[in-house]
Design a protein around this ligand. Structure first.
Ligand code: NDP
Ligand code: KPL
Length: 300
């Protein structure tokens, strides 16, 4: 039984806590003033109390050393959250990131001690919080994790065992490739659904096809320069499949824009723009959507 700390009591943090607490001691770090019990709800089944302890900064010092710390926050929240938690990490602690978009891995690796393993967990489980205390698990999905440093490569079997309560769990030897494939889906769906105020399925209309084609062509040019094995035809087919599977959903960026929250655009189209500048590859359509989404909210 491991001691696991989950940072963030959002939809993903609560779903991961629900499953992991079936086999481990799970603590969930919240920055809210109350640390009340939270609940997990799926379809028409009765809601279940999440068997984890909800803690605030004051309590971090009083707890036993954590074997694993999972950052279940948005891409732009990772570094700030890590800075707060770093003093409480033991020298052999496993660090796990789980978010949409790219970035953070290099920056975090530079901050870690030699024996601290860094992993990335991509999840296609879907959920949302119907209020501050309840997560609704709305979509089944895979949980795939991979190693982001040598220490993690060496210890992944132990992590596979530790994460075994997660649904549809597997380990990938090439997590960067998987992250990029997920990035391509988010590039095709998130900004356009937010700008046009539409559900994911409506993006299949012919009026969006040339923009989606151009967005993914630019992103695939970057993938090729990064020596990833990604084909444009696969990227397009995958994006349209996800649009169909999630046809009735509003993307996370749509919801962020509607609620006037900071979006993850910097980690999505922003990542392509940044790599384009660095690699001298033109990315005009990603640049344009980056600017348009940023213009929706000045603090991004
Ligand atoms: N929801 C989904 O279905 C899916 C989400 N994802 C991705 O997973 C990531 C997390 O998503 P989701 O759970 O929906 O996001 P949420 O915004 O619901 O959750 C993030 C949580 O992290 C908390 N948080 C942020 N910074 C800190 C900090 N420094 N210390 C403590 N808590 C902190 C926030 O707290 P506060 O409320 O106080 O701001 C919030 O509760 C995103 O990158 C998302 O794109 C991926 C697949 C599916
Ligand atoms: C897969 C997709 C597009 C589902 O809405 C998503 O990851 C998101 O909304 O961020």
């Amino acid at each position: 039984m491991a001691n696991i700390l989950v940072i963030g009591d959002g939809a993903i943090g609560l779903m991961l806590s629900h499953f992991l607490s079936k086999a481990h001691n799970v603590y969930v770090f919240t920055r809210k003033t109350t640390a009340n019990t939270r609940f997990y709800c799926k379809a028409n089944q009765p809601s279940q109390k999440i068997n984890a302890q909800f803690i605030t900064l004051k309590q971090l010092n009083e707890l036993p050393a954590f074997d694993t710390v999972i950052f279940a926050v948005k891409a732009f929240q990772v570094i700030d959250a890590f800075i707060h938690i770093k003093p409480f990490l033991s020298s052999r602690c496993n660090i796990v990131l789980s978010h949409n978009g790219m970035g953070n891995v290099e920056q975090l690796n530079a901050e870690l001690r030699f024996e601290q393993a860094l992993y990335f967990l991509t999840t296609s489980m879907a959920g949302f919080k119907s209020n501050q205390y309840i997560v609704q698990h709305t979509g089944e999905g895979k949980n795939i994790f991979g190693a982001c440093n040598t220490q993690a490569h060496n210890n992944y079997k132990a992590m596979l065992e530790q994460f075994s309560p997660l649904p549809q769990l597997s380990y990938s030897k090439n997590i960067e490739q998987l992250r990029f494939e997920k990035l391509l889906v988010n590039i095709a769906i998130n900004p356009l659904s937010a700008l046009h105020n539409i559900k994911n399925g409506q993006l299949r209309a012919p009026q969006f096809s040339s923009t989606i084609f151009n967005l993914l062509t630019e992103a695939c040019n970057i993938a090729q320069a990064l020596k990833l094995n990604i084909k444009l035809a696969d990227a397009l087919s995958n994006a349209y499949t996800i649009m169909t599977l999630t046809a009735q959903n509003y993307s996370s960026m749509h919801q962020d824009v509607i609620h006037n929250r900071q979006t993850e655009i910097n980690a999505i189209c922003g990542y392509i723009s940044e790599q384009g500048r660095r690699l001298n590859i033109n990315t005009p359509i990603n640049n344009e959507l980056l600017a348009k989404i940023k213009a929706k909210k000045s603090v991004d």
